[in-house]
Every structure is written in C-alpha cells, then in structure tokens.
Design a binder for this molecule. Sequence first.
Ligand code: HEC
Ligand code: HEC
Ligand code: HEC
Ligand code: HEC
Ligand code: HEC
Ligand code: HEC
Ligand code: HEC
Length: 398
Amino acid sequence: MKGAKRILFILGAMAVAIIILSRCMNTADKLPTDIRGEAYAGAVTCVKCHKDLSQSYAHSPHGLTSKPVVDAALLKVFAPDSNRFLFNAHQNVVIEKRDSGIFQVAYQDGKAVRAQKFDFQFGSGEKAFTYAYWKGKKLYELPLSYFSTIQNWAISPGFPKESFYYDRAITSRCLECHASYVDIKLTQQSTFSKDEEMEKGSVIYGIDCERCHGPGKQHVVFHMENPEEKTAKFITLYKTLTRKQKMDVCAVCHSGNTLVAQRSVFGFQPGDDLDAYYSQDFVGFGGGNIDVHGNQSAMLMGSNCYRKSETMTCQSCHNTHENIKGNLSLYSQRCINCHKSTNHSKATLAKGSLSSNCIDCHMPKESSKLITFQQAGKDHLSPYMLRSHHIAIYPVIK
Ligand code: HEC
Ligand code: HEC
Ligand code: HEC
Ligand code: HEC
Ligand code: HEC
Ligand code: HEC
Ligand code: HEC
C-alpha cells in the first residue's frame, strides 16, 4: 500500500514537472534539431504548413536526387535476367543479393574477386542512377550505373572499359549538388590535394527546402507563434531578388562541374553572391566549351533570349514546385509569353504544329561531351542526351 502511494506521488510529480517544463520551453525548443545548426528547421517542419508544395517536392527530381539504398527499391530497378555486365571473356560484374544487402560482385574467370555493397544512390533515375559504397568515412563509386534510356546497366561515366574498377573516390563536391548536407573533416590539405572524411550519419539526402530558401527556423517560429499572420516573415522572398541573385540560386548546381569552389556551397543562401563561392571558371565561359550536362546557366546566358531581355531567368520556364516534365506545349506557352508573334518562313511553317512545340526546333536535345557510357558488347560509347539551353535557330531536322 505504501509502495503504491509512493508511485502515485512520483507519477503526479512528474506530470506537474512536465507541464511546467513544457510551458517554459519556447517554440524553437520544441522543434526537432537540425544538424546544420540553430538557424535550420528541416523539411519535416516545413511540410506542416506547406503541405501541397511538400507533396510535389517529395516526388520531384530535386528531392529524390540522392538516397540511402533500400534493397527493396533497388530490386525493382533490375530485372533478374539483366544483372550481369560482361567486360570481356574473363571478367564480369554481377549484381547479387546477399544476406547483408545487394552487391556489385566482380568475377575473374568465374571466381569472385571483389564485392562492394550498394549504399548510396545518386540521381532520381530521370536519366541515370550512380551508386557508391562507404568504406569507413569515405565514399567510392561502384563500377556499374543504371541508365534509363537503355533500361540497363552500363559502365559508370568516365570509368575504364577494359576492366572493373572500384576505387574512384566520391568527394563532398558531388553531395554539394546532390544532397543538402554532409559533415566533413579535412584530414590533409595542400595546394595540390585535399583529403577529407565524411560523416555518414550526418548526410541530409535530396535537395531540401532550405537549400533553395535558406535557413527557415526563425520563419517557422514566427508563424507558429503568429498563426493569424498570412504574410511570410523571416524568409527570403524570391520576388525581391535581383535577376543575378535569382540566377545564382540555380547556378549553385547548374553551372557545370569545372568551377572551383572557394568554400562549401552548402552554406549558400538566396540573396548571396555566387562569385563569393566559386572562383572564375576559365573552362566554361568564353571558350565555347560549355556542356549541356549540368551547365544550363552558361548555355542560357549565351542565348539572345537572355541577353536581349531584361527579365529572363530559369523561373521564366521552370517552377521548381510543379512537374510539367515532357509537356512541351506548356513549355512553348512560356516562349509565347515573350514571343507573341514570330516570323517563320513558309518552309518552317509547313512543318506544322508550330505553336505547340517550339522546343524541339529551338532547344534540341544534344549529347553531352562530358558524359557517355559504355554498354556491354558495343564497340562505341552511347550518348547521354540533354536539352540544349542555348536557345537559337538550328538547322531544321525533318
Ligand atoms: C507554422 C507554419 C509555417 C511553417 C512551419 C513554415 N512556413 Fe513558410 N510560410 C508560412 C506562411 C503563413 C507563409 C505566408 C503565406 C504563404 O505564402 O503561403 C509562408 C510563406 C513561405 C514562403 C513564401 C515566401 C514568398 O515568396 O511569398 C516560403 C519560401 C516559405 N514559407 C518557406 C518555408 C520553409 C523553407 C519552411 C521550413 C523551413 C517553412 N516555410 C515553414 C508558414 C509556415
Ligand atoms: C530547387 C530549389 C527549391 C526547392 C528544393 C524548394 N523550393 Fe520553394 N521555391 C523555389 C523558387 C525558385 C521559388 C520561387 C518561384 C517564383 O517565384 O517563381 C519557390 C517558391 C516557394 C514558395 C512560395 C510560392 C508558392 O509556390 O507558393 C513556397 C511557400 C516555397 N517555395 C516553399 C518550399 C518548401 C516548403 C520546400 C520544401 C518542401 C521548397 N520550397 C523547396 C525553389 C525551391
Ligand atoms: C543544390 C543543387 C541544386 C540547386 C540549388 C538547384 N538544382 Fe536543379 N537539379 C539539381 C540536380 C542534382 C538535378 C538532377 C536531379 C535528378 O534527376 O537526380 C536537378 C534537376 C533539375 C531539373 C530537371 C528535373 C526537373 O525537375 O524537371 C530542373 C528543371 C532544374 N533542376 C531546375 C532548377 C532551377 C530552376 C533551380 C533554381 C531555382 C535549381 N534547379 C536549383 C541540383 C540543383
Ligand atoms: C556542380 C554540381 C554537380 C556536381 C558536382 C555533380 N553533379 Fe550530378 N548532376 C548535376 C545536375 C545539375 C544534374 C542534372 C542535370 C544535367 O545533367 O544537366 C546531374 C545529374 C546527375 C545524374 C543523373 C540524374 C538523373 O537521373 O537524371 C547522376 C547519376 C549524377 N548527376 C551523379 C553525380 C555524381 C556521382 C557526382 C560526383 C562524382 C556528381 N553527379 C557531381 C549537378 C552536379
Ligand atoms: C523573357 C522573355 C523571353 C522568353 C521567355 C523567350 N525568349 Fe526568345 N528571345 C527573347 C528576346 C528579347 C530575343 C531577342 C529578340 C531580338 O533580337 O530582337 C529572343 C530571341 C529568340 C530567338 C532568336 C535567336 C537568335 O539567336 O537570333 C529565338 C529562336 C527564340 N528567342 C526562341 C525562343 C523560344 C523557343 C523560347 C521558349 C523555349 C523563348 N525564345 C523564350 C525573349 C524571350
Ligand atoms: C519546325 C521548327 C520550328 C518550330 C516548331 C518553331 N521554330 Fe522558330 N524558327 C525556326 C527557324 C528555322 C527559324 C529561322 C527563320 C525561318 O527559317 O523560319 C525560326 C525563327 C524564330 C525566331 C526568330 C525570328 C523572329 O520571329 O524574330 C523566333 C523568335 C522563333 N523562331 C520563335 C519560335 C517560337 C516562340 C516557336 C513556338 C511557338 C517556334 N519558334 C517554333 C524553326 C522553328
Ligand atoms: C526558355 C525556357 C527555359 C528556360 C529559361 C530554362 N529552361 Fe530548363 N528546360 C526547358 C525545357 C523546354 C526543358 C525540357 C523539358 C522537358 O523535356 O520536359 C528544360 C529542361 C531542363 C533540365 C532537364 C535537363 C534535360 O535535358 O532533361 C534542367 C536541369 C533545366 N532545364 C535547368 C534549367 C536551369 C538551371 C535554368 C536556368 C539557368 C533553365 N533550365 C532555364 C526550358 C527552359
């Protein structure tokens, strides 16, 4: 009897303490913490008030562009009969399910000589998936990638085609464009080399709200405490940004792979000047060597539409919150917003359906000079096709 009373008393005291404590805690303390720091709230919190946007985001290529590998999802990707890649008569790589996960296993004359697990997935699969495995605090790329155009495995871009290779390190630079955060520690740095360790548990996969909108904790706290306020506070409004600032937000990741980052672009916020992050790119600009892969910014900025208008930005055609992929007539409407009337020759007009597809003629798909991939048994490399963002008059294909 005495014992039961004591327990009741303790429970009562605990309940009172919890009530008092929760009253003392302010709104900010009630929110989950975010590894990027005090100023961040995390996408889970944004979802609470921006449900519609968040739902579209969850299925968007930005949101899905990196993930930890889940076996069940991976098994959907490959058909059981196409899980082998032959390099030559002696060497092949097989995708195998084992007890501890799914592996890319290298065979030399029928004997397994190397096996690494699928840990990390790059790409939403729009065009491709590339995979990596963790070894301690480092990530390495797996020899085979999956390409959506051929719906099959091929050698990862840039890898040797003679034999399997497992030792290409993936740096935090890939994650800067394909994820939202990773904690890194520089273990060695000199003029010519940089060595880093990445903390696996700190990765925030996908490109989340705060990568494009900046840290939002203060915004969240304000709107939680002032639910009647319908005007956004403490968050950068895109409509107040200059054209360069708007372009910079996308150029963080869409201005090519040749830029040298002076400091991590994980910290970039809308409104910042990107020139403070990247040093001048001598390869991309001026040289006419701009690639369709990953460098939509420079391609677009070289077009007359961009140069001769004062307002064109990526947002003239793309709303990152809606998916209109493949809807070329809707995209053409965006051209018509500026080009109310056009002067096409009779010959061009004869090609028909002019108003519903400006894109294929003026933004044709081109193959990347940087990325090609090797299919099994083919003696040529397969092209990796992307929309050219150099809007111009091209020779018309029939
Ligand atoms: C407690 C509710 C709440 C939460 C949580 C919240 N917001 Fe908002 N947000 C609002 C309200 C209210 C507005 C103003 C009305 C509107 O535009 O929808 C707004 C507007 C915005 C805008 C539009 C600004 C503009 O251009 O007009 C952005 C961007 C935004 N929020 C981003 C975020 C991000 C990123 C997060 C997560 C870090 C977040 N919000 C979390 C309530 C919230
Ligand atoms: C790839 C970059 C990117 C990501 C990721 C992103 N946004 Fe946006 N968002 C934008 C841009 C750019 C605009 C401005 C669109 C415009 O004004 O044309 C915008 C506009 C908004 C707006 C106001 C306009 C509207 O459509 O209502 C809200 C609210 C918003 N975003 C919230 C979010 C939330 C919440 C997330 C995460 C679930 C998120 N955003 C993820 C780039 C992004
Ligand atoms: C943090 C890096 C990052 C930022 C910032 C970013 N993107 Fe992207 N974007 C990517 C990556 C990576 C992909 C490839 C996603 C995939 O399919 O795996 C992509 C894909 C896309 C696509 C093709 C897929 C689709 O959604 O149709 C468009 C269009 C696009 N981005 C536009 C933009 C625009 C516009 C902005 C600026 C508002 C922007 N991006 C900002 C990294 C970024
Ligand atoms: C400077 C930013 C940047 C860096 C660095 C970068 N990427 Fe990308 N990546 C992009 C963008 C943007 C796209 C999509 C648009 C395109 O291809 O032009 C993309 C596309 C991809 C895709 C295809 C996604 C799809 O399904 O469409 C894969 C896979 C990929 N990248 C993997 C990697 C890997 C692995 C690394 C590091 C070795 C890397 N990327 C480094 C920006 C980057
Ligand atoms: C923000 C407004 C704007 C948008 C959106 C726009 N353009 Fe333009 N475009 C211009 C301007 C301004 C010019 C230069 C006209 C001139 O030289 O008088 C131009 C020039 C052109 C030219 C001539 C190119 C050359 O090199 O001479 C073509 C072709 C063209 N645009 C096609 C398109 C197509 C196709 C789209 C949609 C994918 C599009 N534009 C979207 C503003 C725009
Ligand atoms: C069948 C291919 C084709 C289609 C479809 C097409 N164009 Fe063109 N466009 C051309 C060619 C070729 C020229 C050069 C003039 C000529 O030979 O007709 C041109 C010229 C232009 C010009 C420069 C001349 C001018 O009017 O100032 C603009 C702008 C333009 N197109 C915009 C558009 C827009 C916007 C659409 C969609 C509504 C579109 N085009 C659809 C092939 C095409
Ligand atoms: C004049 C219109 C226009 C502008 C401006 C524009 N894009 Fe695009 N973009 C398109 C069209 C059209 C497609 C093809 C869409 C499709 O096939 O569904 C596309 C596709 C893409 C893709 C997917 C790559 C591919 O080949 O599938 C990416 C990434 C992209 N745009 C990024 C950007 C970025 C970043 C900017 C700003 C630097 C930008 N775009 C500006 C019209 C535009």
